[in-house]
Design a protein around this ligand. Structure first.
Ligand code: HEM
Length: 531
């Protein structure tokens, strides 16, 4: 019933939408006198239907073949507004760096996105303006500032130990270790501790993971609620109530934690400095006193929940996906793993129990391995959809104010004009230059796994640290080998990020003393958190 309803409604309104787009968007814009980028004039009606049901990522292969036919910038008339897709890195530079301010906007949220973003009151969905600036600056200067990130080094050490213990106990049986669940949980722990403070127990972390994952896993199926929301609220009332229930579940779990941080903050204020030695600022703490510039009010609890969701989701799946891809390549190519191990030995000697964060900075090959992982397997094959603050020119084409513009991350990192043999995994390509590779793309875009320009991922420094620290220590503690007779399969599957179709399994053998008898350095009991 649902499918037929959608097809019928799609057919009837597809023609209407096309007419509307043509009406609103004459093929030439009068002020700029430019045309929209080329594209199929009659994108099949089923395209509207597909668009409702599928993510951009799932449409990637269609878009790729359209690029081959029409060139590196195309328009697709899907949805109520034209969507432009850019595959060329020079055009991306022109838009996101040279005309950064104009191309830094986001489109208006659709019905589901409005609920999830508290009406665009989070960083990734907010329009380019004072609210975005306030929220983004708060994250980057209060929490992601290098000195603050350093204050969480004990949490990283502790989470690493949990992961190592988990892999060790799984590998003792001689069976292959299933890698993904462990690294997802580890990355999630790290972000939860930064978000809510480091005094949470296992049960609380698992509860948060449960409600966040439930929303993430179902999010694709809620896309169709965006379609004519007034009608869909009647026709799909069960799906709407399921969606709203998942959101309420998140609020029920997160709001008590937010209130608990309020109390901690009040207590801290009422004590002298010396009595607060173990206090570490959390993301929630930074949000409690923020004043929204337009509305001149503090953030509501609902908005703080939204910002916490954004923080947890933006930083967990992306980083664990990247980590899994990198480890898979190290299993597939033992000579690269060995070269990395030798580099680490050269820096820390034979007897070190672990690789420390400061030591990671001296490891050029490690950094090359991580960069190559992000180039070859960027967790997101698109940046988030952008829009422009005014009608703009890109190449010789028009980018209209009411459209969306999307940049194809994977295509740019695989450009054979920049990268020799681009589909091969060769960390050496990042070695040999005196200069540190510029991932911000400010001079030239060679790859953009974190986006570039004003909307570039504000978490990229933290993500790089997490990747370098965990790759280094996982290789330092274990030798990773392929399961007998198994050629590691690098096929992709599109979920929230682009993941391994067949999640990584490997045989792990301990290399060095793993510090099992070390005292737990955090206020939490380590045993309480080992899953
Ligand atoms: C390997 C890990 C990560 C990757 C590959 C990644 C990638 C990206 C990409 C491609 C964007 C969109 C850029 C654009 O629209 O132009 C983005 C945005 C964002 N990321 Fe990340 N990210 C990662 C980790 C993180 C972490 C750890 C955090 C937070 C601690 C984070 C927070 C955000 C936020 C808040 C935005 C929205 C920025 C804005 O709209 O201004 N990300 N990220």
């Amino acid at each position: 019933m649902e499918t037929w309803f959608l097809i019928l409604v799609s057919i009837s309104i597809a023609a209407f939408l096309r007419a509307l787009i043509n009406l609103c968007l004459p093929s030439k814009n009068s002020a700029l006198n430019l045309k929209l980028p080329p594209g199929p004039s009659n994108f099949p009606i089923i395209g509207h239907f597909l668009w409702l049901r599928k993510s951009f990522a799932e449409l990637e292969h269609i878009i790729r073949s359209l690029h081959a036919k029409f060139g590196p910038v195309i328009t697709l008339p899907i949805g109520p507004r034209p969507s432009i897709f850019v595959a060329d890195r020079n055009l991306a530079h022109q838009a996101l760096i040279q005309n950064g301010a104009v191309f830094a906007d986001r489109p208006s949220a659709l019905a589901v996105g409005k609920v999830l973003s508290s009406n665009q009151h989070n960083i990734n969905a907010s329009f380019y303006g004072p609210t975005w600036r306030l929220l983004r600056r708060n994250l980057t200067s209060e929490l992601l500032h290098p000195s603050r990130v350093k204050s969480y080094s004990h949490a990283r050490k502790w989470v690493l130990q949990i992961l190592v213990n988990r892999f060790e106990s799984q590998s003792k049986s001689g069976n292959p270790v299933h890698v993904l669940a462990g690294i997802q949980y580890a990355m999630f722990c790290l972000l939860v501790l930064m978000c809510f403070g480091d005094k949470l127990n296992q049960k609380q972390i698992e509860e948060i993971e449960r409600v966040e994952r439930a929303m993430l896993l179902n999010s694709g199926s809620f896309n169709l609620l965006n379609f004519w929301p007034r009608l869909s609220k009647i026709v799909f009332r069960k799906r709407w109530s399921q969606f709203l229930q998942l959101r309420k579940d998140q609020e029920d779990v997160l709001i008590p934690l937010i209130r608990a941080r309020m109390k901690v903050k009040e207590e801290k204020l009422s004590k002298s400095n010396n009595e607060n030695d173990d206090y570490i600022l959390s993301y929630v703490d930074t949000l409690l006193d923020l004043q929204l510039p337009h509305e001149k009010r503090k953030l509501s609890e609902d908005e703080i929940v939204t910002l916490c969701n954004e923080f947890l989701n933006a930083g967990t799946d992306t980083t664990s996906t990247a980590l899994q891809w990198i480890m898979a390549n190290l299993v597939k190519y033992p000579q690269i793993q060995e070269k990395l191990f030798v580099e680490m030995k050269g820096v820390v000697g034979d007897a070190a129990e672990e690789i420390k964060e400061e030591e990671v900075q001296q490891m050029a090959y490690l950094k090359a391995v991580v960069l190559e992982g992000l180039r070859r397997h960027p967790p997101g094959h698109f940046v988030l959809p952008h829009s422009v603050t005014e009608d703009a020119k890109l190449g010789n084409y028009l980018v209209p104010k009411n459209g969306t513009i999307n940049f194809m991350v994977a295509e740019m990192g695989w450009d054979p004009k920049v990268w020799e043999d681009p589909m091969a995994f060769k960390p050496e390509r990042f070695m040999g230059s005196e200069e540190v590779f510029d991932i911000t793309g400010s001079r030239e875009i060679k790859m953009m796994p974190f986006g570039v320009g004003r909307r570039m991922c504000p978490g990229y420094g933290l993500a790089m640290l997490h990747l370098e620290y965990f790759v280094a220590n996982l290789v330092w503690k274990f030798e990773w080998k392929a399961v007998d007779g198994d050629d590691v399969d690098l096929s992709e599957k599109e979920e929230f990020t682009v993941v391994m179709k067949n999640p990584l399994q490997a045989i792990l053998s301990s290399r060095v003393f793993t510090g099992q008898n070390q005292e737990n350095s955090t206020s939490m009991s380590r045993e309480s958190l080992v899953a």
